[in-house]
Structure formats: C-alpha cells, structure tokens
Ligand binder design. Structure first.
Ligand SMILES: O=C(O)CCC(=O)C(=O)O
Ligand SMILES: [Fe+2]
Length: 314
C-alpha cells in the first residue's frame, strides 16, 4: 500500500460501457480503501476554477462588516459567511483558523419548498461584487454535474441501476464553500480533524498545501496540491448508504505556511427528503448497520455538532 492518494482519470467515463466500467472499478477500489482520490480530466474547465478562486480572494478581502451583513446566522439555510474561529470541526481541539462563505442551491423566491419552509431551503445571499454570483453559480452547477457523473460510477461499482442516485439528487443540499486560512506563524489548526457529512466532496485547492488524511491504520498522509485536479472524498452519508463499504476518512488542514491558503469545497448532500437506507447489495450476513434516516436529519445532526459557537439553524 502506498502513501499517495490514487489519481483517477475521469475522461473515459463517457466513452461507453468499457470506459465506465474501468473508471468505476478504479473509483470503487479507492472508496473502499482510503476514501480519497484525485480526479483529473474531470471536465470542469480550468478557467472556471481560476475565476472562482479570483472571486473568493475578492470576497475575503472585503471589510469584516460587509461580510458580516451576510453572515450565516442572518441568512440561514447553511448559506452565507462564517467568520474566523467561528466553527470547530474537531470541538475537542478548539476553533478553526478559517473563514468561509457558503452558496447553496439557488432557489427562486417563489420556490414551493422555500415557501413551505422546508429544511435547508433558503435564498442565497450575495456580496456586492460584480460577477461574483454568476461565477460561483456557474462553478456550483459544473461541480453538481461532475458529482452526478461520479455517482453513475458508484452505481456501476455497487451493482445498482446507473441512475440510482439521480432521483435522490433532484434538488440536493449541495453547498459550495469558499474557504480562507490565514497565514500561520506556527503549526495551527486550519480545520480540525473531521469526516465530511454528505455523499462526496469535490475540493479544489491553491498551491499552499496543508490537507492531510488519516488512513485507517492511523497514519496521516499528505494530500499535496495538484493543479487542476479535484480531491474527491467520501462523506458519512455515502458511507452509511453503502453500509460502511465505502469509507469516509478523517482529514484536517494544517496551515503551517507563511502564506494564506484558499480552497473551495463542494459538498454534495442528497435531497432533504431522500431516505438514506443501506443499499441491498452492500448488506451482507451481518445485516444493515444503521437504520434508515432522512438526509436532512442526517446533515442537521452533523452541522450542529461543528458549530458550538452558533445558535442552531437549518
Ligand atoms: O480546505 C481544505 O482543504 C479542506 C476543508 C475541509 O475538509 C472541509 O471544509 O470539510
Ligand atoms: Fe472536510
């Protein structure tokens, strides 16, 4: 077993049955082992990723007061700005030295789920920056399309109909999260050790580095920056769905660099009303390890756990 995360070329995914089968086998192996892989040739244009980072830098450079007017407590629905030291992904370790801005599924003001007050349905809030909304929503849509393509590979690998997941991600609780970690004078916890909550995370990073994943034997391994690639990792929801066949691996960010670090995470969680119940082909002799749960309840439980400094919202 090597200490480097696998690199998977997604280009063959759309090249017919053999391409899909090969990529699905590689993805399935990575998800059963370390739960992390780099995706290359993923189809999201490099220029769009670069534009998203440029907008992120402009956003975080705004005065704190401007960012606080669209704080998560104000906006609700897991959208908006979260200030430095506001969250603790590992509460035992203390607050994270990071700030963040969340964009959720972009709903119309008359969206029926929004009007009905369903969980995680809220309007996005926008900073007064030209192009910010168009770029982040374009990036959001490109990530959602990629995440669905990867789910076709999961379905293939798990022996499911290829569109199994599509019906669970019609109006997903997906979140695009811009992140900034200030430059550190000493080893500082940018993001405490945690597992992600949803099905998968697509992470783009700048060239600073600092992401580390903990293998099940306890060893930490670096996930160094790889220009143009996404770091893809499994979250707890998919681990639960697959009855622990795919693993959601603990990871953290240690920014020991004299430079600030930017990253962009895209968290892909199912529709709030999707039922997450063990996939039959994943249930062996021991039976299902977890009872079914609504995806919204699953996400709410996990978010509440990482925001001890905030009132409950959702
Ligand atoms: O910023 C990163 O590289 C990773 C962030 C992360 O793991 C998270 O926000 O869940
Ligand atoms: Fe994470």
């Amino acid at each position: 077993m090597t200490d480097a995360l696998p690199v998977i070329d997604l280009a063959p995914l759309d090249d017919g049955e053999k391409g899909l089968a090969d990529v699905a086998a590689a993805i399935g192996a990575a998800c059963r082992d370390v739960g992390f892989f780099y995706a290359v040739n993923h189809g999201v244009p490099r220029a769009l990723i670069d534009d998203a980072f440029a907008q992120s830098r402009r956003f975080f450079a705004l005065p704190l007061e401007a960012k606080q007017t669209i704080a998560m407590d104000v906006v609700g629905g897991n959208r908006g700005y979260s200030a430095l030291m506001r969250e603790a992904l590992d509460p035992a370790q203390g607050p994270d030295r990071k700030e963040a801005f969340n964009v959720g599924l972009d709903l119309a003001p008359d969206d029926p789920d929004l009007v009905a007050g369903k969980p995680f349905r809220a309007l996005n809030a926008w900073p007064a920056l030209p192009g910010f909304r168009a770029t982040t929503l374009g990036y959001f849509d490109a990530c959602a399309a990629l995440a669905l393509r990867i789910h076709r590979a999961f379905a293939h690998d798990l022996g499911l109909p290829l569109d199994f997941f599509a019906s669970k991600f019609r109006k997903p609780m997906a979140t695009l999260r811009l992140l900034r970690y200030p430059a550190a004078a000493e080893d500082a916890a940018g993001a405490g050790e945690h597992t992600d909550y949803g099905n998968i995370t697509l992470l783009a990073t700048d060239d600073v580095g600092g992401l580390q994943a903990r293998r099940r034997d306890g060893r930490w391994i670096d996930a160094p920056p790889r220009p143009g690639a996404f770091v893809v990792n499994i979250g707890d929801c998919l681990m639960r769905w697959t009855n622990d066949i795919y693993v959601s691996t603990p990871h953290r960010v240690v920014n020991a660099s004299p430079r600030e670090r930017f990253s962009i995470a895209f968290f892909f969680d199912p529709d709030p009303e999707a039922e997450v119940a063990a996939i039959p082909s994943c249930v062996g002799q021991g039976g299902a390890k977890y009872p079914p749960i609504l995806a919204a309840d699953h996400l709410k439980l996990r978010l509440d756990g990482s925001r001890p400094m905030e009132p409950t919202e959702g």
